[in-house]
Design a protein around this ligand. Sequence first.
Ligand SMILES: *Cc1c(COP(=O)(O)O)cnc(C)c1O
Length: 239
Amino acid sequence: MTTIANNLQKVLGQMAQACQGAGRAPASVALLAVSKTFGPEAVHSAALAGQRAFGENYIQEAVEKMAALRALAPELAATLEWHCIGPIQSNKTRLVAEHFDWAQTVDRLKIAQRLSDQRPAHLPPLMVCIQVNVDGGATKSGVAPEEAVALAEAVARLPRLVLRGVLSIPDDAPDFEAQRALHARAAAIFERIKAQGFAGLERFDTLSMGMTGDLEAAIAAGSTLVRVGRGIFGARTYS
Ligand SMILES: *Cc1c(COP(=O)(O)O)cnc(C)c1O
């Protein structure tokens, strides 16, 4: 088994154990493999080991990686699902709309509108999550909790998007309970949006939270999608 395949098994085991500890069904939490900074060979290894959903932060890097994978393993590449989990600037919305299946980091209506307008007609609608800022840090991405419902309602009306859920990236917290408390804030926002019952919430089912260092706490707080990079691919080096 390759290191990546081995790591994937370990992470899936960790997730299953966290589900058991939280009294949740193992199938209620999915794994997004975060492949930023790693090459197409790493994604290929993970895909051969059965992983299908990949998350990327840097849009240009991701688009090049997708093309490399299509050249390397066309049939396998066609089965993969790509999630944008990095900041989306206005000048990058077209690339996201044309190449990704999901955009999880929508925090402004203007960006959502551009994604909807630019989603090519031959592709299914783009799946989106609203990014919420649960720490209140003014410099962080994400909509403020008190503005999340209004943004969700506006995004849900856009014709070429499907509102799937909420993403959060809380600051590092010192221990399990502190991590869980931050994740619980995002879970509360997810539930508040769901309770509004407006049109366009039919597929609102995704609470994207938890990474290598805090996936157990995120699962305890209700995460349905953990985003794991280092735990699968190893330490990242930035050039
Ligand atoms: C990098 C990143 C991850 C993965 O983090 P790890 O600590 O490597 O698991 C998850 N989510 C987002 C938004 C990221 O930027």
